[in-house]
Ligand binder design. Structure first.
Ligand SMILES: [Fe+2]
Length: 360
C-alpha cells in the first residue's frame, strides 16, 4: 500500500503544518516539513518526496514561484504538487495550476477530501514513475542494440576491406616483391588528402581504394608485365590497358570504396598536361583521387627497385616529384600538399619497408 510514501508539507504557519502532518501520519505516510519555498526546494532535492503539499502565501518564496521552480527542474518535475490554501478564489486556483500545481484544496482541509486527493495524486505519480522507468529501460535497450549493430557493421567493414586488400595484393603478386607498395600508396594518398582538407569519408575511401589502383595488372600477360627490359611500343600499349581493365573489374559496384577504386584505377596514370593515359585527360578533368594517387604511385616507384631500375635516393625522388609538379605532370596543389607533409611521408616509408606486407 502507500505506507512508505514520503510527503513533503510546505507551510509557513506551524499550526497548519502540524494539522496536515498529523492527518497524513495517521493515514500512514512518512511526512517531512518545510516552512517556506526555499527550504521546500532544497528538501525536494535532498530527499525527493512522492508528493508536495504546498501553501501559497509564504515569506521568501511563495507557493506559485516554488511550484514554477520545481516544475522547471528535471530533478523535481515529476513530483506532483497539491496546493492547499485559504485563498481559493478562482483566480488563485487558476494561477496555481498555471504555476504547475496538479491539484488544489481549500483550507480548512476536509479530511476525507485530503485522503482521496493524496491517494489519487500518489497513484498518478506511481504510474508516471513506472512509465519513466519503462522508457529508460527501453532507451537503454535501444542503445545496447545500436552499439551491437555498430560493432557488427564495423566488423563486416573491416572484413570487406581485408578481402579488398588481399585481392589487391593478388593482383600485384607477380610484379611486386611484397604488398608493402600498396599499403604505402594507401597511407601516402590518405595523408595527402587530409593535408588538402578533404572530408573524413573521402580520406577514408581514398585510403582503402588506392591500394586497388593497379588491380588491372591481373589482365596483363606475363611476357609484358614481367619483361625485364624496355617495352616495345606495342607492349607498352598492352601495359597501359591495366588502367582500363582495373576500372572494368571494379565497375558497377554499390560500394563507395570500390567506386572510388574504379575512378583511381582509370585515372592514376593521367597527367595534368594531358600526356598521360588512357584518356589523355587534362587538369581538373582528372578526378582528384586519381591526381593524388598518381603522385603517391610515382614517388613510391622512384624509391623502389624494379626489374629495369635501381631505387633512387630520397633526395633524388623528391627532386623528381618537384620537377614533375613544376612541369604540370603532377597536380601542383597535390604536390604542394605532399611537400607540406614530407616528414609524415618519409615516416610512412620507414614504417612500411619492402618485405612488410602487414596493412596495420
Ligand atoms: Fe598503374
Amino acid at each position: 500500500m502507500d505506507e512508505a510514501k514520503r510527503i513533503l508539507v510546505v507551510d509557513d504557519v506551524e499550526s497548519n503544518r502540524k494539522l496536515l502532518v498529523m492527518s497524513l501520519t495517521r493515514l500512514g505516510y512518512d511526512v517531512d516539513q518545510a516552512d517556506d519555498g526555499m527550504e521546500a526546494i532544497e528538501h525536494a532535492h535532498a530527499t525527493p518526496p512522492e508528493l508536495i503539499i504546498l501553501d501559497l502565501l509564504m515569506p521568501r518564496l511563495d507557493g506559485w514561484e516554488t511550484a514554477r521552480r520545481l516544475k522547471a527542474d528535471a530533478a523535481t518535475r515529476n513530483i506532483p504538487i497539491l496546493v492547499v490554501s485559504t485563498h481559493s478564489e478562482v483566480k488563485n486556483r487558476v494561477s496555481a495550476f498555471e504555476a504547475g500545481a496538479d491539484d488544489f484544496l481549500s483550507k480548512p482541509v476536509d479530511q476525507v477530501e485530503l485522503k482521496t486527493r493524496v491517494k489519487s495524486l500518489l497513484k498518478v505519480k506511481s504510474y508516471n514513475d513506472h512509465m519513466l522507468q519503462y522508457q529508460k529501460r527501453l532507451e537503454e535497450e535501444v542503445a545496447r542494440r545500436t552499439e551491437q549493430l555498430e560493432r557488427a557493421y564495423e566488423k563486416i567493414r573491416m572484413q570487406a576491406l581485408d578481402t579488398i586488400f588481399r585481392l589487391s595484393q593478388a593482383a600485384e603478386y607477380k610484379d611486386e616483391d611484397t604488398g608493402a607498395h600498396i599499403i604505402r600508396i594507401g597511407y601516402y594518398s590518405a595523408a595527402i588528402a587530409r593535408q588538402m582538407g578533404l572530408a573524413d569519408e573521402e580520406i577514408d575511401a581514398i585510403l582503402h581504394a588506392s591500394p586497388m589502383h593497379d588491380i588491372g595488372k591481373i589482365g596483363i600477360p606475363d611476357h609484358v608485365l614481367l619483361k625485364p627490359g624496355k617495352l616495345t611500343p606495342e607492349e607498352w600499349e598492352v601495359m597501359k590497358r591495366h588502367t582500363v581493365i582495373g576500372a572494368q573489374i571494379l565497375a558497377g559496384s554499390d560500394s563507395e570504396v570500390i567506386g572510388k577504386a574504379e575512378e583511381i584505377a582509370l585515372s592514376h596514370h593521367e597527367r595534368i598536361d594531358g600526356s598521360g593515359y588512357p584518356k589523355g585527360l587534362k587538369g581538373e578533368a582528372i578526378p582528384l583521387a586519381g591526381r593524388i594517387v598518381a603522385l603517391a604511385d610515382v614517388f613510391d616507384a622512384l624509391l623502389s627497385r624494379r626489374p629495369y631500375k635501381q631505387p633512387f635516393s630520397l633526395e633524388q625522388s623528391l627532386g623528381i616529384i618537384r620537377e614533375m609538379g613544376d612541369q604540370e605532370k603532377l597536380d601542383p596543389d597535390v604536390t604542394q600538399a605532399f611537400f607540406a607533409i614530407e616528414n609524415e611521408i618519409t615516416a610512412i616509408r620507414r614504417a612500411h619497408p619492402e618485405g612488410d606486407a602487414s596493412p596495420a
